[in-house]
Ligand binder design. Structure first.
Ligand SMILES: CCCCCCCCCCCCCCCC(=O)OC/C=C(C)/C=C/C=C(C)/C=C/C1=C(C)CCCC1(C)C
Ligand SMILES: [Fe+2]
Length: 533
């Protein structure tokens, strides 16, 4: 049975806060591991209205960067708004100037009709509101959303350094906020590309790391290149993509039935009041397609046509190769109805009974394992090709040459999502693993931290009354010998408390609390982040 939230304290995580002029000290309760020194950096929305106009969607608020510094058992907290064009112009003109994900900008009412006409047809002003994640590329840190604009920030001072247009380096319209990084520092990402003559594709981008022996100080982005193009299931409608999978030798791309209508997108900007959200539509017949490619050399495995029933997919948990199979663990939402339709702030900030009612209609979450055979023979039609002893996931070749996948359910609860997944990334990326950590969403409200053993399905939970946590990041103990030897870091908001937010430090083995570092300010919802040792 899930926890009820009749006091609706979660509303507080969707409210505007001010940035800080300097880091503030936190009060530490409990004992921080002596080895835990570094910075937890996280991104999220921090300004939910401007000039009296509200931002409508969870992904519209202006990007706020947060930092908890941990050093010698002491903790400080700091936050700054990123000086994106979107933010600076909103502040200067005291209105929404650039259209956000679910909020449209209107022409300046103070300008005369001719100047308004020309601003209107000046073209697309794509948002640089980098509220989704902060990612290292080489020695640099970038705050990112999913457009072609990323913003370089100083991870110490939180100053905004520069706006970077990825289109200047590679052919993409945007990339995900979830790149993968190899052990040698190579960064991979994937993005939509609306090429010339409407040739649509998903492009995989590779950014090699700085070359140490050459004392290479050049910008790694200068060496970025598209290494592979994956085809789109529909000519003018690429699927929305939020993350992808990477094993030691393969890329996994899951093409979901949530589509971007490119014609609508390109014409949207001349239709007053249109937002990115208006350009999505569901394909109710394609189901979900899996695409595989080899990594080095990057090559699309076009003869494998993996299909399954419709689901939304935002977060890959992990993927790995085992005995000729690719195992893909995903946080799914059943059906083709778009989950983002349920993330308008008016819904999330409702009274508890309304929040529950709205979530009843939304797609239902499930953590699933899919298994893709790499070695397929024509004569094997109809029978299950998956021979891994530890999974019930199946794959069967059909007469039309496609391979139909059925998943193994790793975690399921009605309207109880295991989302914002994390793993021991440095040890387990692309490899067989046991543990995933996630944020528990109760009718979309984050109210617990969950650990899931993906092999046994055992779960562990941290939960406290009136507490609203965020994505838990795993930090390994130095020289750890076990996969879960480390801590989880999560920012928790407890609205009624004397100090209403804290950095929570959990022992990742059983999710027992080691320490919390409390601050005297509300910290609004954060989406993703990184730990900088
Ligand atoms: C932390 C708790 C939050 C509380 C509720 C959360 C519920 C979540 C349920 C599902 C999981 C969803 C995870 C999504 C995570 C996330 O961070 O998403 C943010 C995504 C954003 C801001 C995407 C922006 C994308 C844009 C602006 C895309 C623009 C484009 C098009 C639409 C088409 C043309 C190309 C282009 C410009 C890239
Ligand atoms: Fe995400």
């Amino acid at each position: 049975m899930f926890v009820e939230h009749p006091a609706a304290g979660y509303k507080k995580i969707f409210e505007t806060v001010e940035e800080l002029n300097e880091p503030i000290p936190a009060r530490v309760i409990g004992v921080l591991p002596s080895w835990l020194g570094g910075s937890l950096l996280r991104m999220g929305p921090g300004l939910f209205e401007v000039g009296g106009e509200p931002f409508n969607h969870l992904f519209d608020g202006q990007a706020l960067i947060h930092k908890f510094d941990l050093k010698n058992g002491q903790v400080t907290y700091y936050r700054k708004f990123i000086r994106t064009d979107t933010y600076v112009r909103a502040m200067t003109e005291n209105r929404v100037v650039i259209t956000e994900f679910g909020t449209a900008a209107y022409p300046d009412p103070c300008k005369n009709i001719f100047s308004r006409f020309f601003t209107y047809f000046k073209g697309i002003e794509v948002t640089d509101n980098c509220l989704v994640n902060i990612c290292p590329i080489g020695e640099d840190f970038y705050a990112v959303t999913e457009t072609n604009y990323i913003t370089k920030v100083d991870p110490d001072s939180l100053e905004t350094l520069k706006k970077v247009d990825l289109c200047k380096y590679v052919s993409v319209n945007g990339v995900t906020a979830h790149p993968h990084t190899d052990a040698d520092g190579t960064v991979y990402n994937i993005g939509n590309c609306f090429g010339k003559n409407f040739s649509l594709a998903y492009n995989i981008v590779k950014i090699p790391p700085p070359q140490e022996d050459e004392k290479d100080k050049s910008d790694p982005l200068e060496r970025a290149q598209v290494v592979l193009q994956l085809p789109s299931s529909e000519r003018l409608k690429p699927s929305y993509l939020h993350s992808f999978g990477m094993t030691d030798n393969h890329f996994v791309f899951v093409e979901q039935p949530v589509k971007i209508n490119v014609l609508k997108y390109l014409s949207a900007w001349s239709v007053r009041g249109t937002t990115y959200m208006d350009c999505f539509e569901s394909n109710d017949s394609m189901g979900t397609w899996f695409h595989l490619a080899t990594k080095d050399p990057a090559d699309y495995l076009s003869s494998y046509k993996f299909r399954t029933s419709a689901f939304n997919i935002f977060h890959h948990i992990n993927a790995y190769e085992d005995q000729g199979f690719i195992v893909v663990d995903l946080c799914t939402w059943k059906g083709h109805d778009f989950v983002y339709d349920y993330l308008y702030l008016a819904n999330l900030k409702g009274e508890w009974e309304e929040v529950k009612k709205a979530a009843m209609r939304a797609p239902q979450p499930e953590v699933r394992r899919y298994v893709l055979p790499l070695d397929i023979h024509r004569e094997e039609q109809g029978r299950n090709l998956v021979s891994l002893s530890y999974t019930t996931a199946t794959a069967a070749l059909r007469s039309d040459g496609t391979i139909w996948l059925e998943p193994e359910v790793l975690f399921s609860g009605p309207r109880q999502a295991f989302e914002f997944p994390q793993i021991n990334y440095s040890l387990c990326r692309g490899k067989k693993y046991s543990f995933a950590y996630g944020l528990g969403l109760n009718h979309f409200i984050p109210d617990r931290i969950v650990k899931l053993n993906v092999q046994t399905k055992e779960t562990w939970v941290w939960q406290e009354d009136e507490c609203y946590p965020s994505e838990p990041l795993f930090v390994p103990t130095p020289a750890a010998t076990e996969e879960d030897d480390g801590v989880l870091l999560s920012i928790v908001v407890k609205p009624g408390a004397e100090r209403p937010s804290f950095l929570l430090v959990l022992d990742a083995v059983k999710l027992t609390e080691l320490a919390r570092a409390e601050v005297n300010t509300i910290i609004p919802v954060t989406l993703h982040g990184t730990y900088k040792p």
